[in-house]
Design a protein around this ligand. Structure first.
Ligand SMILES: Cc1ncc(COP(=O)(O)O)c(C=O)c1O
Length: 380
């Protein structure tokens, strides 16, 4: 039998998954249409119950997106002007934006050479009298070192907000990301491991007072209709999105296991081709929102891959300290040497639960050729 041939392989393919649950999703949406309970309808509550349980937490508050989840988490913890919040230098901009939204100052620490998350050995240098919180980011679906981070936070009396936007269902020793800190923040952006059909997000927490505060913050501060107890926001999770997410909750574990399988196929196929593979810690469940490899000629490799109709990406090409609002932010150590170096080397390979082993092999083959082509360019 001939090996399969693929016309192109995208970074993410939402079509296959969308087709597989189309009827269930449309039925769920039809219920919302028929009930007309478009704002905070029963699907929102039901989703919150299920997602809290999924995250091993007592409470979940559905929000408009992951950025607002981070923003509301900091508001709920009363972090504001004059305060400093420590986070990793290599996240998506939203992590640092949320700190700026509340008027606090972002302080960046460099990343671990091995797992690309916050280097926990640098956190204590970054703590000042003004530090109020740490935001570890479980980047790419790989859990940050939460046990160490929680220990530091306890010692210095700091709050912890987890940015778990890329890490639904990730675990350390069986404990889910989002359940370690005071508040865990999730994004349901369509391409995320649990993705809505539009924007969506949530905070999870074990603290009932924080859950109540988050409910007020997302809905104009109203415990009672038209009584506004504080300056608050409109950033509720849509009922329509909750209906979609409820369907997807049935499959999230299966899809996560499929991502882990795709990653295992990649590891096998990419062993000796000259790229650095992601670290897999023994005691952690990495949920592979993204599968990242590193190569010193990343841009050339990406171009060569695209010529072969295999489409990679870069998450993210610049450290947060390069973004205009954060140019003056303190960095530990200065210049974030590793975050800067890796920003030029990281490459996200196609990754989605429906990828087949044949597709993974195809990508690996094309990547191996691209690496060879780039090496031969260098020797010319
Ligand atoms: C690490 C991280 N934090 C925060 C966000 C923000 O989430 P959203 O796009 O839902 O606002 C994202 C995703 O976009 C993300 O990847």
């Amino acid at each position: 039998m001939n090996a399969p041939h693929f016309k192109n392989i995208p970074l993410v393919d939402l079509q296959a998954q969308s087709r597989s649950i189309r009827d269930e999703v449309l039925a769920g949406m039809a219920e919302v249409v028929d009930s007309c309970a478009f704002i905070l309808g029963p699907q929102v509550k039901e989703f919150e119950t299920q997602f809290a349980e999924y995250c091993q937490t007592d409470h979940c508050v559905g929000l408009a997106n992951g950025t607002e989840a981070l923003h509301m988490a900091l508001r709920a913890l009363d972090i504001g002007p004059g305060d400093e919040v420590i986070t990793a230098g290599n996240s998506f901009a939203a992590t640092a934006f949320a700190i700026a939204y509340v008027g606090a100052k972002a302080v960046f620490v460099d990343i671990d050479a091995d797992d690309y998350n916050m280097d926990v050995t640098l956190i204590e240098q970054a703590i000042s009298e003004k530090t109020k919180a740490i935001i570890p980011v479980h980047l790419y679906g790989q859990p940050a070192r939460m046990n160490e981070i929680m220990e530091i936070a306890r010692r210095h009396d700091l709050r912890v907000v987890e940015d778990a936007a890329q890490a639904h269902g990730a675990e350390i020793d069986g404990k889910r990301t989002g359940s370690f800190g005071d508040i865990g923040c999730f994004s349901f952006y369509p391409g995320k491991n649990l993705g809505a059909y539009g924007d969506g997000g949530a905070c999870v927490t074990n603290d009932p007072a924080l859950a109540e505060r988050l409910q007020l913050l997302r809905n104009y501060g109203q415990k009672v209709k038209n009584r506004h107890d504080e300056l608050a926001y409109n950033c509720r999770l849509d009922t329509m999105q909750a209906a979609v997410l409820l369907v997807k909750m049935k499959y999230i574990e299966q899809w996560t296991d499929q991502r882990i399988q795709v990653a295992a196929w990649y590891r096998e196929a990419l062993q000796d081709i000259g790229v650095t593979l992601p670290t897999q810690h023994e005691n952690m469940r990495h949920v592979y929102h993204l599968f990242i490899v590193r190569h010193s000629q990343r841009d050339e490799i990406l171009r060569k891959l695209a010529e072969k109709n295999v489409f990679g990406g870069v998450h993210y090409p610049h450290p947060l300290s390069d973004a205009q609002p954060f140019r003056d932010a303190p960095c530990f150590p200065m210049g974030l040497p590793l975050a800067n170096k890796y920003a030029n080397e990281i490459l996200s390979l196609p990754m989605y639960p429906e990828m087949t082993q044949a597709q993974v092999k195809w990508v690996a083959q094309k990547l191996a050729i691209a690496v060879e082509e780039v090496a031969s360019l260098e020797t010319v």
